[in-house]
Design a protein around this ligand. Structure first.
Ligand code: ADP
Length: 280
C-alpha cells in the first residue's frame, strides 16, 4: 500500500525529526544526509517533486557551541537555533551538491500561515523553486518564534506545508517504525498499526509514551499532523528514517510504516469485502 502511494504521488514532502538527523554524538549525521540525498536524487530523476521539512537546528547549534548545553534561557535556545540552522543547511547543501541539486531555505512561523498574503507568497515561492528543480528545505523560524507565534513542532509544520504546496503524500521519518499500541521503546511487545483510517479512534485506543529528549512533538503531534493533512486529502506515512535507504525501501515495499488514510467510502469498502470474482 505504501509503495503504491509513493508510486502514484508526484509531489512528496518528507519530514525528518532531530533524532533521525543526529548521530550518536549529537552531531548532524552527514552520512545520513548524503544517503537520503542520493535516494532523493533518484526520485527526482524519476519525475517526482520533493520538499523537505527538516528539524535539527538546535541539535546542530548545541554540537557547534558545546559550552551552551546547560543554558535553558529562551534567548540562548533561540541563539542556538540561529547558529545551528546555518550548520544544518550547509550539511544539506553538501549532501545535495554531489547530485548537482540546489537547495533553498524557507523559515516559517505560525503567523505566516495565518496571513493570506504571506501564504500566497510562500506558496508561489515553493512552486517556483520546485518547478526550477530546487529542493526547498523548510524549518520553523525558531529564533523569532515566541510562544504566541510558534507552530511548536515540525510534524504540524510539515502538514501545513504539505497543504500549502498541495502535496500528494507526506512522509514523517522518525526513529520508530510507525504508530504502535504503546511506546515501543518501553514495551518491546508493542504492536505496529500498519493502517489507520480513523485517527481519533486510534488515539483513544493506544497509549502514548514519552518523546525523545530532542523531539518536541512526540506521537500526539504526528497524529495531529496526519489528521490535518487528511482534512485536505493528503495521506501520511509514519516510518523509521534510520533504516538503510529507507526512502527506497519504502518505495519498493520493503519497509514497514503506518499509513494514515481517509476513511473508506462505501464504494471502497464494498469493493474490499467483495471477493466474488464474477460480480464486478
Ligand atoms: P521525532 O524527533 O522523529 O519527531 P519524537 O521523539 O517527537 O520523534 O516522537 C517519536 C517517539 O515517540 C518515539 O521515539 C517513541 O519512543 C515515542 N512514542 C511514544 N508513544 C508511542 C507510540 N504509541 N507509538 C510509537 N511511538 C511512540
Amino acid at each position: 500500500m505504501i509503495a503504491r502511494l509513493i508510486a502514484d504521488a508526484r509531489k512528496v514532502i518528507c519530514k525528518f525529526g532531530s533524532t533521525t538527523l543526529a548521530d550518536k554524538d549529537g552531531k548532524i549525521n552527514s552520512d545520513y544526509l548524503a544517503e537520503f540525498a542520493d535516494q532523493a536524487a533518484g526520485l527526482i530523476k524519476g519525475g517526482k517533486h520533493l520538499v523537505i521539512v527538516s528539524s535539527g537546528a538546535q541539535v546542530a547549534g548545541l554540537s557547534t557551541m558545546g559550552k551552551w548545553a546547560r543554558k535553558r534561557d529562551l534567548h540562548y535556545r533561540q541563539a542556538l537555533c540561529a547558529i545551528g540552522q546555518v550548520e544544518l543547511m550547509s550539511a544539506w547543501r553538501r549532501a545535495f551538491d554531489k547530485h548537482s541539486l540546489h537547495i533553498a531555505q524557507i523559515l516559517l512561523t505560525q503567523d505566516d500561515f495565518g496571513d493570506p498574503i504571506r501564504t500566497l507568497n510562500m506558496r508561489n515561492t515553493l512552486f517556483t523553486l520546485v518547478d526550477e528543480g530546487v529542493i526547498p528545505i523548510i524549518n520553523e523560524n525558531d529564533s523569532v518564534s515566541v510562544e504566541e507565534i510558534k507552530i511548536g513542532d515540525n510534524d504540524t509544520l510539515a502538514a501545513q506545508s504539505a497543504i500549502l504546496w498541495s502535496a500528494d503524500l507526506l512522509i514523517l521519518f522518525s526513529d520508530i517504525d510507525g504508530l504502535y499500541d504503546k511506546n515501543p521503546k518501553e514495551f518491546p511487545e508493542a504492536a505496529l498499526l500498519e493502517e489507520v483510517r480513523d485517527i481519533e479512534a486510534a488515539r483513544q485506543s493506544i497509549s502514548i509514551g514519552q518523546t525523545n529528549s530532542f523531539g518536541t512533538g512526540g506521537i500526539a503531534t504526528k497524529l495531529d499532523a496526519a489528521r490535518l493533512a487528511l482534512l485536505y486529502g493528503i495521506p501520511t506515512v509514519l516510518t523509521h528514517g534510520g533504516r538503510p535507504r529507507s526512502l527506497e525501501a519504502l518505495a519498493a515495499g520493503r519497509q514497514k510504516g503506518t499509513i494514515f488514510l481517509a476513511q473508506m467510502t462505501n464504494l471502497e469498502s464494498s469493493d474490499r469485502s467483495d471477493v466474488s470474482p464474477g460480480s464486478r
